[in-house]
Every structure is written in structure tokens, then in C-alpha cells.
Design a protein around this ligand. Sequence first.
Ligand code: KIV
Ligand code: ZN
Length: 432
Amino acid sequence: AQKYRPVQPIDLRDRTWPNHTITQPPVWLSTDLRDGNQALAQPMSIDQKLRFFKLLVQIGFKEIEVGFPSASATEFEFVRRLIEEDHIPNDVTIQALTQARETLIHRTFESLQGAKQAIVHVYNATAPVFRRVVFGKNKTETIELAVAAATLIRQLADQHPETAWRFQYSPEVFTSTELPFARDICNAVLAVWQPTPDAKAVINLPASVEVATPNIFADQVEWMHRHLAYRHAVALSVHPHNDRGCSVAAAELAQMAGADRVEGCLFGNGERTGNVDLVTLAMNLYTQGIHPGLDFSQIDQVAEVVKHCTQLPIHPRHPYIGELVFTAFSGSHQDAIKKGFAQRQPQDIWEIPYLPMDPADVGRSYEAIVRVNSQSGKGGIAFLLERDFGVVLPKRLQVEFSQVVQRVMDSTGQEVTAAAIWQLFQQTYGPA
Ligand code: KIV
Ligand code: ZN
């Protein structure tokens, strides 16, 4: 039976309202080991990267960007270890990033020798300020750079037919690039690669810096979707960063606008304010009745590995994982949750007030849902006594006893645990 209510598309005949919904998960690419890693004060060691890679495989990622092998010895070594020690399952494709420079492309291919399947991801910046200030190249020269890189990649791939190669191109800083120019450079690269539906090329549109509202990004993605050559042989990918705090919305609107694939990191690690958070995106789908194809049913274990490898904490209010996201302190919320649980039947659609999802679906217990502090009312106290000690208080006693608990909390200013409430109850009314 369906546990979560699927989103109902709005079907207003006058068409003045959008009626887009996401009906299937995108292809996910984790760039935790590349974009996530390059943003860490202390990049991951090879062993940490290996631990993280295994986690990504266990979660269900089929495309994983494993690093920037031409950038450092550690990055190169890590890719070699993955291949030589046979850590890559047959249904997983690793991806390696390179700049559009001849020596770096050669080194990237060297690192990927012997891989069963691999995506070579090449990028160059295309926005006017980068062309003018950083590279001193005009539009034609910028296209020539990308085409030369694409040509070399094609040649090197043809020399190593033992690997099933795919190719990815990112016009870096896409969101600040003139759309016709972004189209022209992507189409020029595609013309070199000549992708087919069986070996799709990836055109990845990065919001390298998030500069506009999510609907603008979605409009840009839709324009590319409509104007790209070889569209049937292209996986149209997005790579939102989170500078304006809107990357989740940007990725969701981009999918509605034609994107097939999303690149991001677990819990939103990545440069500056991070890459888009793949956990939130996946669980947003899940709670709309669409299985994301990624397994976050033991989310605390995932978080432990990520925290260990990145040495970054996760905010207590982070969607789906934060320590407090399934917790209610306020009395009215506690009361509504209590009533929701009391009336719920196992086959029902999930509809517990104030709980957008069942904590058990991410491996969390109900323990933390109701916690009692000076903001809480009688409902939470009664809920904890009944849940943990099987004591059902009549209404009048709930009111009376909550005043006892309230006095304690007012004097200490502290939260009280279920065990402390039970002790107080026994002290007040004698042993049960
Ligand atoms: O944000 C970005 O533009 C990137 C590219 C290298 C894809 O990470
Ligand atoms: Zn990035």
C-alpha cells in the first residue's frame, strides 16, 4: 500500500498555473569525493575516500565522481586503488574531472587505465567575466579550447577500447553565461563526441555560483533542453551550488524543466555554502511517494560515516537528519502528534500532524519525537508516561501533574526526561 500521498498535479484548465510535478527520480551523481572533498580544510585521506566510496555504493549511487586525478598524487592514487583493488561494482560508473588542458587530460586517462566503465568530465569556464578577466579569450577561442579537449578525449578513449567510456562537458559558471553561447559551445563539443542513446554524453549545467532565483535557473535549463543538439543522446545534468540557499529548489525546478540528472553531495557539503544536498532531494521525493532509488533507511549510520570522513558537523535542524527534526517541544504540537498516533491504522497514508514523514523510514525511533521542557503542556507529559511506563493518566490528573512538572522546569530551566517525569510522578503520588 502507498504510505505517502503522491503530489497531486494541479490541473487548472486555464493554464495560468504551472502543473509540473516530478514523476521519477533523476540519475544521481555524487560528487562528494570531488567537489565535496575539494572544499574541506583538510581533504580526505585515501582511506577516508575509500570508506566514503563504499558508503555511496551501499546507498545505491550508480555514478560517482571520484576525484580530480590530475590535481594531486592523493587524487591519482585513490583512483588507481579503486581500480587495482577492484572496489568498483560492475553497475557503478566512476567519473573523473579534468580541466581542458592537454597534460591534465593525459594524466586523467592514465589514472583511469583498466576501469570497466568511466566518465571523463571536462570543463572550462564560459561566462564573460571568466573569458575576459581570467583567461583572456574571446568566444571563438573559448570554443576552440573546449573542442580541442573534447577531440583529445575522444582520441585517447578510442585508444583504450577495454573501457566503456562516456564523456561529460560542463560549461563552468553556466548560470552567468549567455545562453546562445552556452548552447554553441555544448553543441560544438557534442559534434566531436557524436554521442548515441546507448552511450549518452552528459552535458552538465553548473550553477557554479548560485546567482538567481530557482525559476531563472530552471528557465535556463529548459532553454538548453530545447536547443541542445543530440538531445536524445544527452543526459542533461545540473550541478547547483547553494550560495543563495536555494539549491534544493533549483534542482527540483530544473528537473521539471527538463534535467535528467543531478550532481550534488550528501548533506550539502561542497564549495562555500555547498553543493545541493542529495539527501534532502532524495527524501523529498520519497515523502511524495516516489522511491528515489537511494537507500537512506539507516540515515544515522550514513551521517556517522560522512561526519567521520569530512570532519564536519550536521546542523540539528538539517532536513531529515538533524537531531531535532522529529522532535516537538511545544504542547499543542505534542497533543496533535499524540492524537495522530492514537488514530493511525498501519495501512493508512502517513498523516501524523507536524510529522512530515515516519521517522522509522530513516531508521530513527519515536523516542525523540516528544520532549518536555517549559514550552510543553500536559499532552507531552502524558504521552511519555504512557509510552515509556504504560501509565495512562485521566484528564484531571494530567492537568494537575503537569503543574507539578512545570514548577520543576520553571525552577531549573531544563528539559525533563521521561525517566525524571516518572520519578516525579512516584514522588508526588507514591509508588505505582
Ligand atoms: O561548480 C562547478 O562549476 C564545478 C564544475 C567543475 C562542474 O564544480
Ligand atoms: Zn561545483
